[in-house]
Every structure is written in C-alpha cells, then in structure tokens.
Ligand binder design. Sequence first.
Ligand code: FAD
Ligand code: MLT
Ligand code: ZN
Length: 486
Amino acid sequence: IQRDSRFAKLTEKHVKFFRELLGTESAVIDGVTKDATDDVEAFNSDWMRKYRGHTKLVLKPGSTEEVSKVLKYCNDNMLAVVPQGGNTGLVGGSVPVFDEIVINVSRMNQIRSFDEVSGSLVADAGCILEVVDNYLAEQGYIFPLDLGAKGSCHIGGNVATNAGGLRLLRYGSLHGNVLGIEAVLPDGTIVDDLSKLRKNNTGYDLKQLFIGAEGTIGIITGISILCPQRSKATNVAFFGLESYEKVQLAFREAKGKLGEILSAFELMDANSQDLVHKVTKNKRPLEGEHPFYCLIETSGSNAEHDSEKLEKFLEDVMENEIVSDGVVAQDQTQIKALWGWREGIPECLGHWGGVYKYDVSIPIQELYDLVDDTREKMDKAGLIGDTDEYPVVKVVGYGHMGDSNLHLNVATRRFDKKVEKELEPFVYEWIAKRNGSISAEHGLGIAKKNFIGYSRSDTMIALMKQIKNLYDPVSFPPLDDQSALD
Ligand code: FAD
Ligand code: MLT
Ligand code: ZN
C-alpha cells in the first residue's frame, strides 16, 4: 500500500504548536526537530515485532481537552494519526503504517470514581488493566476482563479492541459491561457519554460503535464499566486428554457439573505446551505427555464447596475415561503456576523468531480441524523443520474453548513469504466455508484489513464505510468518491 498523498508531512511548525499546547517536555517525543530515533522506536514497532512504522512524533496528551485540541489541529492540517494504548495489540493496529503521529494516552491514567454499591467504575482510558484490577480487588470487586497482557495493556485499548480474554465465558463481552464512553472524534468534538446507567433505551446506543472500532472513529479518553463482585474462592484444575472429541465431552461435562461457578475453560494442544516447556524449563504439571490439555477455573463464594465440586468433576471425568490425567491446584502459588502454562503461550511462541497468528471463531465441533489441516498443508509444502531452509518450528493451537475461539499460531524462525503464501488465503477460505470469523477477539488492524470480506458481506462493509465517513469525513471520503483512497 501507498502513503495517501493527501496527508501532510510533519514540519517544525507543527511540532512547535504541539509543544506549546501540551507544555510538558515528556508529552512530546520529537524526532522532527532533533534526532530522537531511539526514543520513538518503541512506539513504531508492535509487540510481535512484525509491523513497523516510521513516525517521528509521539504525543502524550494529559487530558481529554488536550486530545481534542491535538485532533482538531491534525484534522485541520491533514496530519494522519494513530491512537496507541499499551501497544500490546496483535494485528498491527497500534503502530503507524507510514509516518502517522502516534497519540498515546498513557498519561491519562487516573481512576475517576468507583461506586461500591453498584460496582460502576469510571476511569481514564490510559489506566493499565492490572493496576485497575488491583484497585478493584481492594474494594472486593474485579474488572470483568482478564488477559495475558494485563501488565501493560490499557483499559481504553481493551475497549477499542473489544478484547475477549480469559473469562468472557463468565463475565461476557465488553459490549455488555461497558456502561459509557468518553471519546474525541477526529474533528476534536468531545463525545461525553460517560453514563453509569445499566439501562438506557433512549435512541441509538452509540457507545457500542467505539467498542471494537480499533480507534478508527475516535480516541477513547474515558470509560465507565460495570464490575462484578470478586469471588471469594477461586480454584483451578489442569488436565490431559487423548483427543479433541474428549475435550468436547469434558467441556459439556464441565458446563453441566460446574455451571454456575465455571469461570474459564481454556484449551492447549501438546505443541503449545512443548514450546512453553522448552522456553520456561518449568516442571510440567502432569506426568507424561498428552495430545490436549485443558485448564478449568471456578469462581464462587464457598471455597470448600467449590473445591469439592471440582474434585468430584475431575474424579467423574477420569472414571469415565474422558480425561486421562488431572491435577487441582492446592494454593495460590499453584493456581498461578497452572495459569502460566496457558497465559505464557503467546510470549513463548515468539521465542524462535516470527509468529503467524490467526485468532478465529469456528463452530466448536470443527475447531481443532483447522490446526490439523494447516499442519498437514505446511508439512506437504515441506516447510516444517526448524532450520533456515524449512523455517516452520511448530503449528500450534490453543484458545478460549468456552467461547469457540481458537488461536492457530505458526511459530517460525523468521517471517517468510513462502510460509505466508501457504497460510493465506488458505486459513481465511477454510474459515469462510464454515461461516466462522477471521477475527474473534483481536480485531482487524493492518493484518486482517484486506480480508474482512471473508467474514462480512458487501452490505455490512458498505455500512461500516458509511459510519467511518460520518465520523471521519476528512480522511475518509463518501463511498461514491473514494478515488483518493486507491
Ligand atoms: P494497543 O495495542 O495500543 O492498541 C490496539 C488498537 O486499539 C489499535 O488499533 C489502537 O489504535 C487502538 N487504541 C488503543 N488505545 C485506544 C484509545 N484510547 N482510543 C481509541 N483507540 C485506541 N486480546 C484478547 O482479546 N484476548 C486475549 O486473551 C489477549 N491476550 C493477549 C495476551 C498477550 C500476551 C498480548 C501481547 C496480547 C493479547 N491480546 C488479547 C491482544 C489485545 O488486543 C490487547 O492486549 C489489548 O486489548 C490491547 O490493548 P492496548 O492498550 O495494548 O492497545
Ligand atoms: C491469548 O488468548 O493468549 C491471546 O489472545 C493472545 C494470543 O492469541 O496469542
Ligand atoms: Zn485470546
């Protein structure tokens, strides 16, 4: 793709304006008037080291009013921007493609209010998820989203990507939990919809458009969200199974027997656990190796009752030969260690070089077939070998079984065109044939942008373009005049 020539190039005059506007030295990282290559580098490249832009300017506004003034100036001067939160996104959406100005909201990191009765929290978009969750823990509450990147991702970034995570099974999607949003549109208009109401059927629910929009129609500066009470008791079990059929049986049993306390049901295949083992060298939770592993978490109000239920569940599924072997964590340290085998997968996968990531929704019966079929294809193409000539290390499957959300990952020694050509459009066609989604929870970003047609009809795409044009008419012309975008 080509840089859109309608956008202006940054000049010293622009930088001077931003310096005067934002005041604080640390709010402007400037590689235009001086050499600041190292300083801007972290903002130019994504978590996977797959996507890299060439910005020379990072702006860190400290308030919603400052975001508004920055965006208005950029809009008036045709300066392209990319919003950035914790930069943990996995589809290349948080970094510039060309020389867009990075607008990073990390300085906006205050909790604005918390209502101990209703559980509604209002906070700046730049708050780090784990920091907010720790704050809520002190009040006896929990953030209704948890994911492996919690130590650096922002709650604004989570809402912008409509992140799913590890407990969607229990707490549902952010579309249901977010009560209100404060955002700034591309022309600087502040959308103040920080409602704390659970119910509000007065016209269109416009905040929903910002949830999962990946920053395309505005920058989220604050959110209000309904937080559930923190469960008094958490238990975790980890078990091994001999086939994907047995995984499905175990899932049905878990829903039936642990229903009201089940808070996570995660799937990991043998390859994913091999990689975690190779990188961390940690002792495996179970003796021997199994083709599949599952992690179950329960959250309830009675520790004794819950662990009795979980132990009984494990006993039953082992007796019925659904599960081959299993273990229940006995304390917090063991709970953390077991979760490490699941949460550690993304980081360990990156250890060899490049990772091709496909985050997909597929009908649950066929979920793992995609991994088998992809592995077979890579094998036939002679690409598996973990050598310079055969760069694929492993084809791996894991994910949020409870949400029919699979993460197909292909770990390689390096990003390689030959590998990519085997994977795409193969994976997308496979998913479209089963009416699945090519992006279950990570979004489109730059990685999936051109493949949206595999999951959305022409009519849906046209409606999305109309919305983008409505909110961002300067950079996105109307549908009948998009020649400038070619
Ligand atoms: P960024 O990466 O900075 O940005 C992501 C997108 O949102 C970009 O398009 C950016 O332009 C936009 N954006 C960011 N902030 C704003 C804002 N304030 N206003 C408007 N737009 C904004 N995702 C899941 O869904 N489930 C998981 O289980 C999960 N686990 C992960 C585990 C690891 C180890 C990693 C690295 C990532 C994981 N992710 C997961 C990916 C997920 O998208 C992000 O972790 C998170 O939601 C993004 O937040 P962020 O603040 O880092 O956003
Ligand atoms: C996860 O579930 O671990 C995340 O979505 C990250 C990934 O897909 O690797
Ligand atoms: Zn995930």
